[in-house]
Design a protein around this ligand. Structure first.
Ligand code: GAP
Length: 445
């Protein structure tokens, strides 16, 4: 029974996302494309707000981190040198009975191709031995499609930062310790994608690489664990649904000396949301060896040149979106009806306020449109005059809008309107200048 409820929650969220324009199946007209999703009007706004929230925290509010936007397509040697061509693999198993392919280390999460209610461990199908499957997407660059033209779609944004370490250091004149941050698409040919936008083959990462003296790697590793934990708190996530997971030796990626994941308790269980990794000098060392370029660092504070160690924070943008949606989803019984509330923080909510005239007459629509135009100079707001006010509130509650402003007869006399809070349901009368101050505090405070 408990399991059914959990699945129900995901189904409800997927359906809400489609209904309200957060996320649609990709290429739906053609029957969709497995594990590919498109962000709709509200979804693209939410995604942009989350990226801005991350970018502000990681770059604009600090002096020691620079931004970067590197190309997705990189020199193919990068991926040989980084170890991805040889080691970026997952163990794969084939089922001879249903012909499906599964990740050998996640069999308990997979579903049998013939009997979807069973896992491949339960269905009795004949499984092959596990073999390694490389997750990188390949394509060809230029008009000749042969092996010399093979390039890869980047499986992480991090390498774009490492190969630009010297460029950024020289042009920004940053001194160690300093970081480089980047948001961008990454691609992995996952054997078993799924759980909506949780595991997809095309996704976005928000990554930051912090370059430190080798003697200080553990100190900065702890510092960045604290910073990233605090970031989710400021995003308004229910912190009792987050926990740390330390990678043991058999889980560590080929580049990492230490790694901790921040996990969230999704309806389908505890899963990784972000990784914080101590990548040592592995990546810079490999690129220095392969290119012959000196990537070591020196300034007057040190007695000798050294290759910086790297502390990486790597968050999935789509996973953060899913986390925010799951965390915000709430159902409340109102007068016998089950109503949905999407309690997104005002900082990231796609629409910050909706403006309604109480009725479609007596000058109220004109007054409401004027207020709407004033608010639009600073915030994403939405005007709605269709249907009963209660229905309009309900639509905005479901869409995640934190505040609704209603213009009524009194507005025409004293220029005040009611501001209704989605979460407390409290209504307060305010003038437009106070509404602007109030929203500014809630959205940017
Ligand atoms: N540069 C290090 C790195 O890429 P990772 O743990 O493989 O580390 C970092 O990935 C984050 O990227 C994950 O914590 C997750 O949020 C996101 N991510 C990884 N694979 C993903 C996928 N297939 N779909 C969606 N997000 C993914």
């Amino acid at each position: 029974m408990a399991k059914k409820n959990k699945n129900d929650t995901m189904e409800k969220i997927v359906s809400l996302c489609k209904r309200r324009g957060y996320v649609y199946p990709s290429s739906e007209l053609y029957g969709g494309l497995t594990s590919c999703w498109d962000y709709g009007p509200l979804g693209s706004e939410l995604k942009r707000n989350i990226k801005t929230f991350w970018w502000d925290a990681m770059t604009n509010r600090r002096d020691d981190i620079e931004g970067l936007d590197a190309a997705i397509l990189m020199h193919p040697e990068v991926w040989k040198v980084s170890g991805h061509v040889d080691e970026f693999v997952d163990p794969m198993i084939d089922c001879k009975t249903c012909k499906a392919r599964f990740r050998a280390d996640k069999l308990e999460e997979c579903r049998c191709g013939n009997k979807p209610s069973k896992t491949p461990l339960e269905c009795g199908g004949e499984l092959t031995e596990a073999r390694n499957f490389n997750l990188m997407f390949k394509t060809f660059m230029g008009p000749i499609e042969d092996s010399s033209a093979t390039i890869y779609m980047r499986p992480e944004t991090a390498q774009g930062i490492y190969v630009n370490f010297l460029n950024v250091k020289n042009s920004s004149r940053q001194k160690i310790p300093f970081g480089i941050a980047q948001i961008g698409k990454a691609f992995r040919n996952e054997i078993t994608p799924g759980n909506f936008i949780f595991r997809t083959r095309e996704f976005e990462q928000m990554e930051m690489q912090y370059f430190v003296h080798p003697d200080e790697d553990e100190k900065w590793f702890e510092y960045w664990r604290e910073q990233r934990w605090a970031w989710y708190e400021s995003l308004g996530i229910n912190m009792s649904k987050l926990r740390w997971h330390e990678h043991k030796d058999d889980e560590l990626a080929h580049y990492a000396k230490a790694a901790y994941d921040i996990e969230y308790e999704y309806p389908f269980g505890w899963q990784e949301l972000e990784g914080v990794h101590n990548r040592t000098d592995f990546d810079l060392g490999r690129h220095m060896e392969a290119t012959g370029k000196d990537l070591r660092y020196f300034d007057e504070r040190f007695t000798e040149k050294f290759l910086p160690y790297i502390v990486e924070t790597s968050a999935g943008c789509d996973r953060t979106i899913l986390t925010c949606l799951v965390d915000a989803y709430d159902e409340v019984e109102v007068k016998g009806d089950m109503r949905v509330f999407l309690r997104l923080s005002p900082k990231i909510a796609p629409i910050k306020a909706a403006v309604f005239p109480l009725v479609k007459k007596d000058g109220m629509p004109e007054a409401a449109k004027k207020i709407c135009a004033e608010l639009k100079k600073k915030f994403k707001v939405f005007y709605d005059e269709a249907g009963a006010v209660g229905r309009r509130y309900a639509r905005q509650d479901e869409a995640g809008t934190p505040f609704c402003l209603t213009v009524d007869g009194q507005t025409l006399e004293d220029e005040t309107m009611t501001l209704r809070d989605r979460d407390t349901m409290e209504q307060t009368r305010m003038r437009v200048e106070d509404v602007i101050k109030f929203l500014d505090e809630k959205v940017n405070g």
